[in-house]
Design a protein around this ligand. Sequence first.
Ligand code: ATR
Length: 224
Amino acid sequence: PIKHSKSPLIHTLFAEQTQQQLQYSAVEAPIAGFEQSVVEFFNQGGKGCNVTVPFKEQAYQLADELTERAQSAGAVNTLKYQEGKIIGDNTDGYGLVYDLQRYLDLKGKRILLLGAGGAARGVIGPLLAQGVAEIIIANRTVAKAEQLAKLFGDYGVINACGFADANGPFDLIINSTSASLQGEVPAIANELIHAQVVCYDMMYKSGNTAFNAWVNELGAKIGI
Ligand code: ATR
């Protein structure tokens, strides 16, 4: 959520380090006025913007052109104005894969992906492209996990189940649910979490998320 975003600070520091002139600020679009906010932003000379929940699917609809990874994700987190057109991109999956490589080589690994919403959808393609052995999507609403597994079934080995039915061992567990926002953790078995598994929460906040605090207690390696 925008109130939660550290992007203005992050991008201001990046610009300083790379000697670019950049002004980056957070804009809270009204829930029914996303499109109007984007149009106003570009009309006022905005070069590009990032989009966060709950507008990533609307940004996908709004774009005149989509990059391949935005098409596969079904969501857009980056809009830029170029020669009279709004171009939609999605850097979420690429960013996650890049960060995960600090902790493990993804090739041949068995991955448990918790959650089946927009955040999960955005990362499945980039994970499969790394040659992972299998992705199991576990979700509170199993039907949504099944739909997502079907959608990407042609691109790799991908299966779906409920939290209680996730059978290990896994090399990597990614939490893409928004449960951490409510201070909750997905109800997977404690046995799945141990010293040999890397755990990664896609949600961030200052201090530990509920998920990171939980897996830390069980001795997992945490990607932060
Ligand atoms: P996002 O774009 O951040 O993925 P979303 O599309 O609303 O947001 O998806 C939220 C995900 O978090 C879903 O997988 C949701 O589970 P359901 O599909 O069953 O709704 C999951 N989620 C949210 N709160 C949760 C909780 N308290 N425990 C477990 N899963 C939760």
